[in-house]
Design a protein around this ligand. Structure first.
Ligand SMILES: Nc1ncnc2c1ncn2[C@@H]1O[C@H](COP(=O)(O)OP(=O)(O)OP(=O)(O)O)[C@@H](O)[C@H]1O
Ligand SMILES: [Mg+2]
Length: 139
């Protein structure tokens, strides 16, 4: 485990600065797994990150499960929250998506994944009063 970046974020402007610093760190093929409570700011993090790739608006993948962006690099933004069983997660066929190594991956509710057998970047967001501690680590 190696910490790539860590910050206490007090505003959306600070979040934008933080995600901007990650654009050169998170390379195509990187699988970023979020670990955070409900409403901690996972989708907001992706929205902020995508703004640096020239994508002005994103929507939450809570209902679509997977959103795709033809940015540079292209991005798959996924949300596992609604998948209630291991079989449901299997049916997503993550292997198929991960084989597209030109893509960058952001996955909300990675807590649902068991037996992670690939290297990934963990993004944990912890709320503390009105701020958020964001830790980005290589696992
Ligand atoms: N860094 C931040 N600064 C200020 N507000 C934020 C920040 N991050 C998130 N928020 C606010 O918190 C709320 C929830 O954010 P968001 O939807 O991104 O959370 P989430 O973790 O994706 O939630 P879910 O668990 O439902 O997927 C939104 O109103 C958003 O604007
Ligand atoms: Mg979300």
């Amino acid at each position: 485990m190696k910490t790539l970046a860590k910050a206490t974020i007090h505003s959306l402007t600070e979040l934008d600065d933080f995600t901007k610093s990650l654009v050169s760190v998170v390379k195509p093929g990187s699988i970023c797994l979020f670990y955070a409570e409900m409403g901690a700011g996972k989708t907001t993090f992706v929205k902020s990150f995508m703004s640096h790739l020239g994508i002005d608006s994103i929507t939450s993948p809570t209902y679509t499960l997977i959103n795709e962006y033809h940015s540079n690099p292209p991005v798959y933004h996924m949300d596992l929250y609604r998948l209630e069983s291991e079989a449901a997660i299997d049916s997503l066929d993550l292997e198929y998506y991960f084989s597209q190594s030109q893509y960058l991956f952001f996955i909300e509710w990675a807590e649902k994944l068991i037996d992670i057998n690939f290297p990934y970047i963990s993004i944990s967001i912890t709320q503390q009063d009105s701020s958020r501690i964001i830790d980005v680590s290589l696992r």
